[in-house]
Write a protein that binds this ligand. Structure first.
Ligand code: AGP
Length: 609
């Protein structure tokens, strides 16, 4: 939700490094930003409303220098985006600075208590209470003061703090929001996301909940919040800064759409066995039996990951004959669900930090169920706290609208369904056919990407509309949901995904020339019915944009515009049909002048409720 970074060195030129680190995390939140550094026995703070660029402007006009500091890019949860509410936040003395990613759920009673003790607050934020709590408990030891302060805090946090009287000290702690320690050549870093550190180090330590790091330029120590020393493994980051660049694309989102030709293969590389028509996922090795014997599989996720989960449900029931229930994590966690000991939950999350998904996973674990993660960010909370799982290996996804992570999730789900299916009812012949079809997907996506120019042209015809309906059946129904989400989240156009058959139960009343309808009308078992649905729309004056199978002439006879995709097995079609919808949303958003990579009100990882 927000991005934090901190460093502790004996240099005096670390401000550009802190700002650069914020830029790498701008997708996490970008309504205001700030930096605080220690210099000459004081804390110098610069902060502003707006993006990192605005902060860079403030710093160029009013520079600060220092080697130990903290910085923050914000996605507002309490208090409007403003320079005053931007982090870092200070205490009454101005000697303490704190940055925070998360929510202090009990900040109101804490603030009231502190005010009765004489503290005066400058902002509307929950975070400011952390600075005053540290001040309250500070007796010359910042680490001890942070521990004492956090003992009374409820909620999610990743925080970093500095004190003017301890110029070579950086203290950070986490509970529910990610925090990583970077081992640099001339000092140490903390950050919400590896992306902020990867230019300076590839050796990192992932903190877990209720853990803390105390760092000086000469080293760091990790403890629990109760000051019990703990040893953490140093892990090596495998990707580099280049993967964070746009590589010539105008936006990260377009780059990531085009990366799918490779990333869908990365998701299953070394995991498909053509000879036996099977799939083997190392991260599930200890859970193959649990998967095969599961009487019920839950799939927990949010947003786009929920859409891939819905495809996973259709796949697992169709191919593996196991009962599956897909749940919005935010609903599941609070509705007192029935979890039977034999239940198994697949937890899908690109970031591995989505608060609702993490909490839903905890509910399953609390009630004896097994949890398997399908996660993109290595070392993320869901990856580390689940009982097992699979990385999607899509690489860093910077665009807030998820694209390559979605198709990688679907590829992994297809591999899981094949693996479990082969243990039940899928023959080796059918298994080989599925493997071959999966191996064709990357080049087929490449063919679709070659049509980008045609999609851009069609986007020009539709960019002015204010409402869209996306319709699909079977495996293409979740694709309709995903296509609609892509459009609405980056172009701010209202778009609804619906099962095509449901249109006559209400939404058909919306149909007129101002309401384009996007049909996913590929040649699958529902093809004839989809054609009828398209006719129903046309007969009411609606405009139809259809995704059709290459060479289809029937759809072209009915639709106003057609985008073709190669043919594949029905359960793999989402991997192809979604690509033109991603491109359509992208080009419409660009035509409407929207901020494609950082849409308003959104953040890449929703680490608060
Ligand atoms: C997708 O384009 C959105 N950015 C959003 O719905 C996202 O999928 C959702 O917040 C879940 O995120 P996760 O996969 O990181 O858990």
């Amino acid at each position: 939700m927000c991005g934090i970074i901190g460093c502790v060195t004996r240099k005096d030129d670390m401000v550009p490094t802190l700002v650069e680190g914020l830029r790498r995390m701008e997708y996490r939140g970008y309504d205001s930003a700030g930096v605080a550094v220690l210099h000459d026995g004081r804390v110098d703070v610069r902060k502003t409303v707006g993006k990192i660029e605005a902060l860079a402007g403030v710093l160029s006009g009013d520079p600060v220098i220092g080697g130990t500091g903290i910085a923050h890019t914000r996605w507002a949860t309490h208090g409007e985006p403003s320079a005053m509410n931007a982090h870092p936040h200070s205490d009454s003395t101005g000697k303490i600075a704190v940055v925070h990613n998360g929510i202090v759920e009990n900040y109101r009673p804490l603030r009231r208590q502190l005010e009765t003790e004489g503290h005066s607050f400058q902002t509307e934020t929950d975070t400011e209470v952390l600075a005053h709590l540290i001040e309250k408990y500070y007796t010359g030891d910042l680490a001890a003061a942070v521990r004492a302060a956090l003992a009374g805090v409820h909620g999610a946090y990743g925080i970093a703090a500095i004190h003017a009287d301890e110029p070579e000290m950086l203290v950070a702690a986490r509970n529910g929001s990610p925090l990583i320690v970077g081992i640099g050549r001339e000092g140490y870093f903390v950050a919400s996301d590896v992306a902020a550190l990867v230019r300076h180090t590839k050796d990192v330590v992932y903190l877990d909940d209720r853990e803390m790091v105390v760092a000086t330029p000469d080293g760091f120590s990790t403890t629990t919040l109760q000051n019990v020393s703990i040893t953490k493994d140093v892990e090596r980051i495998t990707w580099d800064v280049d993967q964070m660049q746009k590589n010539g694309y105008p936006h990260y989102m377009l780059k990531e759409i085009n990366e799918q030709e490779r990333t869908v293969m990365d998701a299953v590389r070394g995991r498909l066995i053509e000879a036996s028509g099977d799939a083997f996922l190392g991260g599930l090795r200890e859970h193959r039996d649990a998967l095969k014997k599961a009487e019920r599989i839950l799939i927990l996720a949010c947003g786009t990951s929920w859409h891939s989960g819905l495809i996973g449900e259709y796949m697992l029931e169709d191919l593996a004959r196991v009962s599956v229930e897909v749940e919005y994590a935010s609903e599941f966690r609070y509705r007192n669900p029935v979890i039977n000991p034999g239940d198994l939950a697949i937890v899908i999350s690109q970031s591995g930090e989505t608060r609702d998904t993490l909490a839903a996973m905890g509910e399953v674990q609390r009630r004896g169920g097994t949890t398997l993660g399908i996660v993109n960010v290595v070392g993320s909370s869901i990856a580390r706290q689940s009982d097992g799982g699979v990385y999607t290996h899509a690489g860093p996804e910077i665009g807030v609208a998820s694209t390559k992570a979605f198709t990688s999730q679907v590829m992994v789900l297809a591999a899981i369904a094949l693996s479990v299916g082969r243990a039940h009812s899928i023959s080796v012949i059918d298994g080989r056919r599925i493997v071959r079809a999966m191996l064709d997907i990357p080049s087929q996506i490449g063919d679709i990407l070659g049509q980008s120019g045609k999609v851009e042209k069609i986007a020009e015809k539709y960019a002015g509309h204010q409402n869209f309906l996306y319709l699909g059946r079977g495996y293409n129904f979740p694709v309709a949901l995903e296509g609609a989400l892509k459009l609405k989240e980056i172009s701010y156009i209202h778009a609804e995904g619906y099962p095509a058959a449901e249109m006559k139960h209400g939404p058909i009343a919306l149909i007129d020339e101002k309401m384009p309808v996007v049909f996913i009308a590929t040649q699958d078992p529902f093809y004839e019915k989809i054609l009828s649905n398209m006719e129903e729309v046309k007969s009411r004056g609606g405009r139809v944009l259809a995704i059709a199978t290459e060479g289809d002439t029937e759809v072209a006879r009915i639709a106003d515009d057609v985008l073709e995709v190669p043919d594949t097995l029905p359960h793999l079609m989402p991997l192809l049909a979604v690509v033109p919808l991603q491109l359509l949303a992208y080009y419409i958003a660009v035509l409407r002048g929207c901020d494609v990579d950082q849409p308003r009100n959104l953040a890449k990882s929703v680490t608060v409720e």
